[in-house]
Design a protein around this ligand. Structure first.
Ligand code: AMP
Length: 219
């Protein structure tokens, strides 16, 4: 559904006019187009999990032989499912008092930044080593399929801030545990780690607890 609303407004634009420096008041009108939420975007609490689960695509032997990669791009690709996935995080976050959302490179950015935007909070990226331009804290971590290092800007979090960590998937927990180290190094208080997907059989949450861990699609 689309609502078109013509808004005429007198904008007080103070603009220097040539060398005399005289100013004039400029009247402008603008046509703004608002998109109200289609019904298709209404919450679907009872079936959201099943629909999201059905959309996750298993890709065998990616990026290494023996790894079954959980591909979330079909969720991102579908506007209803993408919104439903963000809504899961939002429903959980609304019961918490949060100062900032931290997302992990790279798929954590897709979910974390949308959550931060909707909650009106700042977003902090944790990036793979060498990508952040300013002074950083560094942490090493191990993946289900390799080793890596990641960084966070030293001034991204103010000491005492209440943080929620967001990523697409919890596997062995090495990435999130290292992210938790970075958050604490700069004085952040990690309230909770949230994941769209959890590979429960890898028991990654044990590396994050006693910090609470929330996941929505469990395998
Ligand atoms: P881990 O440190 O083992 O918990 O790995 C979590 C990170 O690696 C997340 O940022 C995921 O995006 C990625 N990851 C690990 N295993 C998989 C998998 N099987 N499918 C998709 N992403 C994965």
């Amino acid at each position: 559904m689309r609502t078109r609303l013509r808004v005429a407004f007198a904008a007080l634009i103070r603009c220097p006019m040539g060398r005399t420096g005289s100013r004039k008041r400029k009247e402008e009108s603008a046509e703004l187009t608002f998109h109200s939420r289609p019904l298709a975007f209404a919450p679907m609490p009872s079936t959201a999990i099943e629909k999201l689960r059905a959309a996750v695509r298993d890709v065998p032997d990616f990026p290494k032989k023996g790894i079954v990669f959980k591909d979330i791009t079909p969720i991102l690709n579908d506007p209803v499912l993408f919104r439903a996935s963000i809504d899961l995080f939002l429903d959980r976050c609304r019961s918490l008092q949060i100062d900032r959302i931290v997302g992990i490179d790279a798929r954590g950015f897709l979910f974390g930044s949308a959550v931060a935007y909707e909650l009106g909070l700042g977003f902090v990226p944790i990036r793979k080593r060498g990508k952040l331009p300013y002074k950083t804290e560094l942490a090493k971590y191990s993946l289900e399929y390799g080793e890596a290092e990641m960084e966070m800007h030293v001034d991204a979090i103010t000491a005492g801030e209440r943080i929620v960590l967001v990523d697409d998937l919890l596997a062995t927990g090495g990435t999130s545990a290292a992210a938790a180290v970075l958050i604490r190094k700069v004085g952040g208080h990690l309230l909770e780690a949230q994941f769209l997907i959890e590979l429960e059989f890898l028991q990654g949450r044990k590396r994050i607890e006693p910090t609470p861990v929330t996941s929505f699609l469990k395998y």
